[in-house]
Write a protein that binds this ligand. Structure first.
Ligand SMILES: *Cc1c(COP(=O)(O)O)cnc(C)c1O
Length: 454
């Protein structure tokens, strides 16, 4: 392993050459992480929550190494960001080279070609072979905000519909679009006007309602409560992320899209968590064969550098006045270099197929857990985006306390694991696509052991 000598200790370099093993040399979190967590409490806003306070010094492949020398299995990818793995070699090389060229000019002041190349690449990769345009931003929330701006500019209408269990970000408009109060919205209102909510298709909890029927229920509500004449856009995650990895019933998304097309309502797919190979297609919309008008991307786009995008129909994307879209950092040259190297990695290393293979391992292992444990109400998801929903088997009521115990016990064994769900009772699995099968299975079995003991 490559190491860097520092004044105080020896720190391994990240990337795939990091030893791919779980190795615990202290309790989790260890003493150095605990000391940093105490410093954090004195220096960082208490509003910043932390899932697992192990302070990282290196990461790569399927592991994170902490300040105490523990090596943890990563089943979170920094929330679905490091699909290509941490410090992926092409990303490191491309960003390092760009760092030595120039770091920032602002694309709206003095542009550069990598921004255009990222736009061309997104236009090529996203569903549909119609003429497209893209615009780049920094965060997912910023992409969602701008997709709504663009849809309003194009339609000259104002209302926006989001769904039950939706998550679209933490800025004012995107908080309004997000369904869940705690922790995202509580105390942070008032929220932006002209945001409406429609019922989602949630097969486990809506009696397995047929997708088209569930869509018509949502459409009826939109027609009666808002009116298509006032509705600029419908925004939906093709698989809901924070809301609980909810996969709508087949037919739900196509039926909604058809209604949007017929009513001059812009259909925005928020693929920020599902995007870039994660679900076993480059984009989750492809599982249902839908071609959204606009697609928001972020997380998996640039190997961990902050970048997001809105991509979509040229006529819609060209509606805003020049100068209406942009920002100081959007499409920063380092992030663009990272995105091009990241997307090259997805394609050259066949990570779409790899995500599907990871999904087969996860559904096998998690399916076996579910067969033996009635508290697992459902194993769901696609590709390397899978989850289990935990309930009281007698009542089917969500069991958030059990979920929290399983996650805590898993953390203590050196596995990074995330929960989600409106009811806090879903455990989600988002491994980097660079994880080995052995490490993945080891991580999943630790979750299984934690479940058996909880
Ligand atoms: C994470 C996420 C966002 C917000 O992205 P940020 O980069 O955190 O602003 C929006 N939509 C979905 C579906 C997400 O998962």
């Amino acid at each position: 392993m490559t190491v860097v000598e520092t004044s105080t200790s020896t720190v391994p370099l990240g990337g795939p050459s990091l030893p791919q093993e779980r190795r615990l040399v202290t309790r989790i979190p260890g003493p150095k992480s605990q000391a940093l967590q105490a410093r954090k409490a004195q220096a960082v806003s208490a509003g910043v929550g932390i899932t697992l306070p192990v302070y990282v010094v290196a990461a790569g492949g399927g592991v994170l190494v902490d300040v105490d020398g523990n090596s943890l299995i990563d089943l979170g990818s920094g929330i679905a960001v490091t699909g290509v793995g941490n410090s992926a070699p092409r990303v490191v090389a491309a960003v390092t080279a760009q760092l030595e060229q120039f770091t920032h000019t602002c694309f709206s002041v003095a542009p550069y070609d990598s921004y255009i190349e990222v736009a061309e690449t997104l236009n090529r990769l996203t569903p549909g072979d119609h003429e497209k345009r893209s615009v780049l931003f920094n965060s997912g929330a910023e992409a969602v905000e701008n997709a709504v701006k663009i849809a309003r500019s194009f339609t000259h209408k104002q209302a926006v519909v989001a769904f039950d269990h939706a998550y679209h970000g933490r800025t004012n408009l995107t908080m309004g679009l997000t369904a869940k109060n705690l922790p995202y919205k509580n105390g942070f209102g008032p929220f932006a006007p002209e945001v409406y909510r429609a019922p989602m298709s949630y097969p486990l909890r809506d009696g397995g309602l047929d997708g088209a029927v569930a869509a018509r229920r949502a459409i009826l509500q939109m027609e009666k409560q808002i009116g298509a004449d006032n509705l600029a856009a419908v925004i939906i995650e093709p698989i809901q992320g924070e809301g609980g990895f909810i996969v709508p019933a087949a037919g739900f998304l196509p039926t909604l899209l058809t209604w949007c097309r017929a009513n001059n309502v812009v259909f925005i797919a928020d693929e920020i968590q599902t995007g870039f190979a994660r679900t076993g297609h480059m984009f989750a919309s492809e599982h249902e064969g839908i071609v959204p008008d606009l697609i928001c991307t972020a997380k998996g786009i640039a190997g961990g550098l902050p970048l997001s995008a809105v991509t979509g129909r040229a006529d819609i994307m060209d509606a805003p006045q020049a100068g209406g879209l942009g920002g100081t950092y959007g499409g920063n040259p380092l992030a663009c270099a990272a995105a091009l190297a990241t997307i090259e990695t997805y394609e050259a290393d066949h990570l779409v197929e790899r995500a599907a293979a990871i999904g087969r391992v996860m559904s096998d292992v998690l399916g076996a857990f579910a067969a033996a444990d009635p508290r697992i109400a459902e194993v769901r998801g696609r590709g390397a985006m899978m989850a289990i929903e935990l309930v009281d088997p007698d009542t089917n009521e969500p069991d958030a306390a059990l979920t929290a115990r399983v996650i805590a016990a898993t953390h203590a064994e050196g596995v990074i694991l995330l929960g989600c769900g409106t009811y806090g009772n879903v455990i989600r699995f988002l491994p980097p696509l660079s994880i080995s099968d052995d490490l993945l299975r080891e991580g999943l079995h630790i979750v299984g052991d934690a479940l058996a003991l909880s």
